[in-house]
Design a protein around this ligand. Structure first.
Ligand SMILES: N[C@@H](CCC(=O)N[C@@H](CS)C(=O)NCC(=O)O)C(=O)O
Length: 216
């Protein structure tokens, strides 16, 4: 496959779905360019006609890579995994791979969409309680699954796509002041992962578009 230069990530520093992709690029050691799409400025740059041509769903992330444009972070991560060398983000064994996808989907389909900006805006004053409710519901299930599947990381002792999804979701949970002490396995794995450069160096607090007052 012809390489067409560096991949370009359309993302937003605080978007958990964009962070997933940044982590995957970092784990694979892939250099990429970033185009910031500010989800709040001017009513949301994701809603412009220009960005709609990149991702008709008007969400970040989107990635141009190898001459194609992809949206949906899990599709992007799996494409990167299937086309690039470096540590596997999905196990070779089919049953193990299905379990990694199960954990990833629990987060990406079962938790994160319920705290999206366009959802939260419709909820109004109850938005914090709403987000806490659905994060807690998802984290209860996730905690019980991870008790069975985890070793050092979400699935055994190898980093996988499940870990790439976990850390940004914990960050969202912290933003909504969810009490993580209820979830000792989630908390432990998150702390372990946050020691690693691929997770630390891609954190929302140190991105090109991170505002100065949120920079660490
Ligand atoms: N399933 C999509 C979800 C993408 C998504 O929800 N992106 C959020 C940021 S994390 C977004 O762009 N929200 C814009 C909005 O709510 O208007 C993925 O995994 O990429």
């Amino acid at each position: 496959m012809a390489s067409q230069g560096k991949p370009v990530l359309y993302g937003y520093f605080r978007s958990s779905c964009s962070w997933r992709v940044r982590i995957a690029f970092a784990l694979k050691g892939i250099e990429y360019d970033q185009v910031p799409i500010n989800l709040v400025k001017d009513g949301g740059q994701q809603l412009t006609d220009q960005y709609k041509t990149v991702n008709p769903m008007q969400q970040v992330p989107a990635v141009t890579i190898d001459g194609i444009t992809l949206s949906q972070s899990l599709a992007i991560i799996q494409y990167i995994d299937e086309t690039r060398p470096g540590p596997r983000l999905l196990p070779a064994d089919v049953q193990q791979r299905a379990q990694v996808r199960m954990i990833s989907d629990l987060i990406a389909s079962g938790i994160q969409p319920l705290q999206n900006i366009y959802v939260i805006q419709k909820i109004g004053e109850e938005k914090v309680q709403w987000a806490q409710h659905f994060i807690n519901k998802g984290f209860k299930a996730l905690e019980s699954i991870l008790k069975q599947t985890s070793g050092t990381y979400c699935f055994g002792n190898e980093i996988s796509m499940a870990d790439v999804c976990l850390v940004p979701q914990v960050y969202n949970a912290e933003r909504f002041k969810v009490d993580l002490d209820q979830y000792p396995t989630i908390k432990r794995i998150n702390q372990t992962l946050m020691e690693l450069e691929a997770f630390k160096g891609t954190h929302p607090s140190c991105q090109p578009d991170t505002p100065d007052d949120l920079r660490a």
